[in-house]
Write a protein that binds this ligand. Structure first.
Ligand code: G
Ligand code: G
Ligand code: MN
Ligand code: NA
Length: 253
């Protein structure tokens, strides 16, 4: 299988890079976090998107070394920015299903935090609702991760299996409203109602709420009116190279 061999080689040869999408506080538009998103710089095919290779990495188990690299690189870069005197902000990393099920995930993450000298509050891990089907397993796994002092968010909130049952027992810091709800917020009253409800629920549960995929001023105005805390989307910025993100942070410092 050629993609598998290519992936294996790419991990060895270091063909992956991370880009960072700013997350901004809605009233102030200050950058309060970033999401790390992986890109593969394939020598022949150019930039390959994670939608194409993450599923294959999951099937083949290569996701384990690959994800390990993502967390380490995100932590290393974050610490390097801090040491350069940039305003410290947390970095958020997407966990894959297979990674979440790894019995030694907490130990791996703890080791990376020590190795990169990053304070745990600057690392956030994003899980999806598909990882929460076994509520007892997920609660225990998240509790162990939380004990390290890092943050947990639920990605693509509202699109997966969500009985809501898990929200009462999970130590979740942030809900990320999926961009499919945000997209039609101005035209579809049902999407608008769902978004307002998620904001209210998150706040009642003591969680921060961030809207994904915000592209227009109208969407921003709506989200601001209903008290959404943060946004991530093209309106403010697409995912940026580390160099570009550093410039943004510098201009804020
Ligand atoms: O940035 P982009 O639109 O290409 O991301 C596509 C998908 O790939 C998104 O669902 C995103 O969550 C996922 N993704 C991006 N980076 C990573 C990563 O480092 N690990 C995992 N597991 N998924 C990622
Ligand atoms: O699935 P996850 O939320 O982890 O991945 C975020 C994905 O959303 C990335 O692929 C990123 O490139 C994409 N994205 C970020 N901002 C926007 C936006 O404003 N509009 C759209 N359509 N996609 C976005
Ligand atoms: Mn994400
Ligand atoms: Na998402």
């Amino acid at each position: 299988f050629t993609m598998e061999n290519d992936l294996r080689k790419a991990i060895q040869d270091g063909e992956f890079v991370l880009v960072y999408q700013p997350q901004v506080h809605i009233p102030s538009f200050e950058i309060v976090g970033t999401e790390a998103l992986i890109r593969w710089r394939h020598p022949e095919r150019g930039i390959v998107s994670p939608g194409e290779f993450i599923p294959i990495a999951e099937e083949t188990g290569l996701i384990v070394p690959l994800s390990e690299w993502v967390i380490r690189e995100a932590c290393r870069q974050n610490r390097a920015w801090q040491l350069d005197g940039l305003p410290p902000i947390p970095v958020s990393v997407n966990l894959s299903v297979r990674q979440f099920l790894q019995p030694n995930l907490t130990e791996r993450v703890a080791a990376i935090l020590i190795e990169t000298d990053l304070a745990p509050e600057y690392l956030e891990l994003e899980i999806t609702e598909s990882m929460t089907m076994d509520v007892e397993f997920a609660t225990a796994a998240l509790m162990r991760l939380k004990e390290l002092g890092l943050r947990i968010s639920i990605d693509d909130f509202g699109t997966g299996y969500s009985s809501l049952n898990y929200l009462k027992s999970f130590p979740v810091d942030k809900l990320k409203i999926d961009r499919s709800f945000v997209r039609d917020i101005m035209d579809d009253p049902n999407d608008a109602a769902i978004v307002r409800t998620i904001i209210t629920m998150a706040h009642h549960l003591g969680q921060t709420v961030i809207a994904e995929g915000v592209e227009t001023e109208e969407q921003l105005a709506y989200l601001r009116t209903y008290g959404c805390d943060e946004l991530q989307g093209y309106l403010y910025s697409p995912p940026l190279s580390p160099e570009k993100l550093r410039e943004r942070l510098q201009s804020e410092a």
